[in-house]
Design a binder for this molecule. Structure first.
Ligand SMILES: C[S@@+](CC[C@H](N)C(=O)[O-])C[C@H]1O[C@@H](n2cnc3c(N)ncnc32)[C@H](O)[C@@H]1O
Length: 258
């Protein structure tokens, strides 16, 4: 898919997500029963797959895709080697995850995303690049973390530009909450890091507030609450565009202490 088609699709997806945010009760009708029980951080969007994304699913998903039904994984078995494990929640179209998997070949990566076209795109690009250090789930990250990711297994958990849920009455849908902080703490190694990035200042403040109150973490920032973007987080073209428009980006990294 060309960059412009990709950008158009993302714009359309963003418009759909906003529309969905405005019409939540109707959208919720499409939600599987098992997901209705709790407040979700995402709205399932209709997935338009391009031919390239479909090819990614057809050719590479059988080899690199993981599913909830497989249950708890053993990362050493899955990757056929022991290496530091990085997991990204909500990788979108997979831009930064793909880049990281290419440049940090001595790390193993797992991505989780509910939006099928993004999963297809990542599969196609990772497959074409012959990457063997990347796996993906197409599902709700909360369930995957709880049911499939072993406790104390993650060196780094990444949450880049999560849905900000702008309206105050929707803030409860933000994925970063007290309960979430403790669930992911179990999944991190002691000393493992939780890296968040957002371009929405109010969400950055919310992240810091939740994480400061969460037991068993320390903020790694030495000056204030935020850190400069570490080299491990690639800058995507969408972020570059935001920078040109004068938008801020906040990187926040907490370490599991106990
Ligand atoms: C605003 S987009 C950002 C995507 C990407 N991280 C980036 O920086 O471009 C947030 C993504 O998180 C995904 N998402 C939200 N909640 C999720 C969840 N519980 N499990 C899996 N994916 C989720 C959405 O589908 C969406 O693609």
């Amino acid at each position: 898919m060309s960059d412009s088609t990709d950008a158009q699709n993302l714009n359309q997806d963003a418009a759909e997500a906003t529309e969905a945010e405005n019409n939540l009760p109707e959208q919720e009708q499409n939600v599987p029963e098992e997901h209705k029980r709790r407040i979700r951080s995402f709205v399932l969007r209709t997935g338009r797959m391009t031919a390239g994304q479909q090819r990614g699913m057809d050719e590479f998903w059988p080899k690199w895709g993981l599913t909830l039904e497989q249950g708890m994984i053993d990362p050493t078995d899955v990757f056929g080697r022991e290496a530091p494990l990085v997991l990204e929640i909500g990788f979108g179209m997979g831009h930064s995850l793909l880049e990281q998997a290419k440049t940090m070949s001595d790390h193993n990566f797992i991505g989780i995303e509910v939006h099928t076209p993004g999963v297809g795109k990542l599969m196609a690009e990772a497959g074409d690049a012959g990457l063997s250090n990347l796996r993906a789930y197409e599902d709700d990250a909360i369930e995957i973390l709880k049911q499939c990711i072993p406790d104390g297994s993650l060196d780094l958990l990444q949450l880049f530009f999560p849905d900000p849920w702008h309206k105050k009455r929707h803030h409860k849908r933000r994925i970063v909450q007290a309960e979430f902080a403790q669930m992911i703490r179990q999944k991190l190694k002691v000393g493992g890091r939780f890296h968040m990035a957002t371009d929405w200042e109010n969400y950055a403040e919310h992240m810091v507030e939740v994480m400061n109150q969460a037991e068993g973490y320390e903020n790694t920032a030495t000056d204030g609450d935020y850190v400069p973007r570490p080299d491990s987080r690639p800058v995507t073209k969408f972020e570059k565009r935001g920078e040109r428009l004068g938008h801020g980006v906040w990187d926040i990294i907490y370490r599991r202490t106990c």
